[in-house]
Design a protein around this ligand. Structure first.
Ligand code: NAP
Length: 283
């Protein structure tokens, strides 16, 4: 049985592939972008904060990785023309897209549904679900140009089993699981595009710190320790696998419970920076 956690990527496994990653400015997205590039992919770093993306880009430029590019896209504020600008620039520069990781997310708040703030609900659902849908839609023409394309959505344990107070974040991750299945079923047999979901589990990132400020972060795995299953699901190792929902970490009951805790949306989603979008910034 295919288990992406057991995958050991060859050094050049993603050579020649073009892979776009949302939320590439920090945390898991940043680590996966770095790993994809170091395994030979040309990565498109998507995010809302140009300065943070520049820092990731600079780090890659100092490495032997192929040249990366940046696309600034605030998933909360972007409108249709912003998505189109990214898709057009990507097609113009690369002619196709071989991998798309939807990694960016908002936590929202840890609140009972009865009291959940409606605007916060809308923002979380928009960034975590609607924006991922819209980006996938505009990038499908580029994905169809690939001989072997992978779309990977980011789920969570609370997107598989509902938990009290986890609110919009939990519901958004259920929606991501549904989007994965619907899109996979639509594309299967008529395209070379596969669609899967991954739950990273509890990970040492800003989102985790926001949810659990008093936690001993030494107990949490670092993002770079989780990249193997991402490489498997974004690269040739997962050819033919579609509609699946995978874990990046061990999924025994105790770890699954801990992984659930990773997602508690305890803190309000911060106001995001001004909308900004453009085509790719080539470097
Ligand atoms: N960490 C965990 O324990 C855990 C557990 C289960 C699932 N996950 C999932 O893993 C994924 C990555 O999370 P993480 O832990 O790496 O969190 P993180 O370090 O906070 O990174 C979140 C990323 O999303 C970006 N983002 C947020 N709002 C955005 C917007 N409006 N437009 C564009 N980008 C936006 C952030 O950009 P900025 O850098 O500009 O803030 C950042 O790059 C998420 O889907 C999360 O739900 C995480």
């Amino acid at each position: 049985m295919f288990d992406p956690r057991k995958h050991q990527a060859r050094p050049d496994e993603l050579a020649g592939r073009v892979i776009a990653i949302t939320g590439a400015s920090d945390g898991i997205g940043r680590a996966v972008a770095r790993a994809c590039a170091l395994h030979g992919a040309q990565v498109v770093l998507l995010g809302r904060n140009a300065k943070k993306l520049e820092a990731v880009h600079a780090e890659l430029a100092r490495s032997p990785a192929p040249p990366a590019s940046i696309a600034v896209l605030d998933l909360e504020k972007a409108v249709a023309r912003d998505y189109d600008a990214v898709a057009d620039a990507l097609l113009e520069r690369y002619g196709r897209l071989d991998g798309l990781l939807h990694n960016a997310s908002l936590l929202g708040t840890l609140t009972p549904i009865e009291q959940y703030d409606v605007p916060t609900w809308c923002r979380v659902l928009h960034v975590n679900v609607t924006a991922a849908f819209a980006l996938t839609q505009v990038l499908l023409p580029a994905l169809r140009q690939s001989q072997d394309a992978a779309v990977l959505f980011t789920s969570s344990s609370v997107g598989r089993h509902g938990r009290a107070y986890w609110g919009a974040y939990s519901v958004s991750k259920f929606a991501v699981e549904g989007l994965t299945q619907v899109l996979s079923a639509e594309l299967e047999g008529i395209t070379q595009v596969r669609v899967n979901a991954i739950n990273p589990g509890r990970t040492r990132t800003a989102m985790r710190r926001q949810a659990y400020p008093a936690e001993d972060i030494a107990t949490l795995p670092e993002p770079q320790s989780l990249v193997a299953p991402y490489l498997a699901l974004l690269g040739p190792a997962s050819r033919g696998i579609s509609g699946g929902s995978f874990d990046a970490q061990a999924s025994d009951r105790s770890v699954a419970a801990a992984a659930s805790a990773a997602d508690a949306p305890a803190a309000d989603a911060a106001a995001v920076s001004a909308a900004s979008s453009s085509g790719l910034t080539s470097r």
